[in-house]
Design a protein around this ligand. Structure first.
Ligand SMILES: Cc1cc2nc3c(=O)[nH]c(=O)nc-3n(C[C@H](O)[C@H](O)[C@H](O)COP(=O)(O)O)c2cc1C
Length: 170
């Protein structure tokens, strides 16, 4: 992996997240977990000079991965080359509470500077948490979103993280 600046990042964030999916991962060599996500943002928020490069992710309360994202100060977002969709679908269906799904999918965790990511990734965004709060029901301008997405009122929790490091496969 080699480090690039955010100015050098060359992806379509909508297709990368929405269509190709990413893994949200947090933890360390003793314990970590990961899950697939297709909702999220990459952009800029707070700070000076135009703002911090940031990511925003949305995690439902019942996800095992949430325990690790809550426990740690940092998380990573991993994007993969073609050929990993089956693995990502599995990691987004089975819970790490029930089995070692990462080993089963043949992914290789890398533990570096507090971050956990996967050797097979083509792009890794290393993020430090800045903000965490649940999505509030009263904030919805379009109430049909609540009915469609939250019949059990299990609102996602939102995490904003400052992108501290970007790695790409070399
Ligand atoms: C394509 C796809 C996208 C997903 N996006 C999200 C998401 O953005 N937020 C979320 O909380 N769960 C999302 N999920 C569901 C979790 O990945 C899934 O529940 C996973 O098994 C949780 O694993 P864990 O319990 O080990 O954390 C998605 C699943 C798939 C297959």
């Amino acid at each position: 992996m080699k480090r690039i600046s955010f100015e050098q990042l060359n992806i379509n964030p909508i297709t990368a997240i929405r269509n190709d999916w990413m893994l949200i991962t947090a933890g360390n060599a003793d314990s970590f977990n990961t899950m697939t996500a297709s909702w999220g943002h990459i952009g800029s928020l707070w700070g000076s000079n135009g703002g911090n490069p940031t990511t925003t992710i949305f995690i439902r309360p019942q996800r095992y991965t949430k325990e690790f994202v809550d426990r740690e100060d940092v998380y990573t977002l991993c994007f993969f080359p073609d050929g990993f969709k089956k693995q990502l679908a599995y990691l987004g269906t089975v819970s790490g509470r029930d089995e070692d799904k990462v080993a089963k999918m043949g992914l290789t965790p890398v533990f570096e500077d507090g971050y956990t990511y996967f050797k097979e990734a083509s792009l890794v965004l290393c993020c430090r948490k800045l903000y965490h709060a649940p999505i509030a029901e009263e904030g919805f301008v379009d109430p049909s979103i609540v009915e469609e997405n939250y019949p059990d009122r299990d609102f996602h929790e939102m995490y904003v993280g400052k992108i501290e490091k970007i790695l790409i496969a070399d």
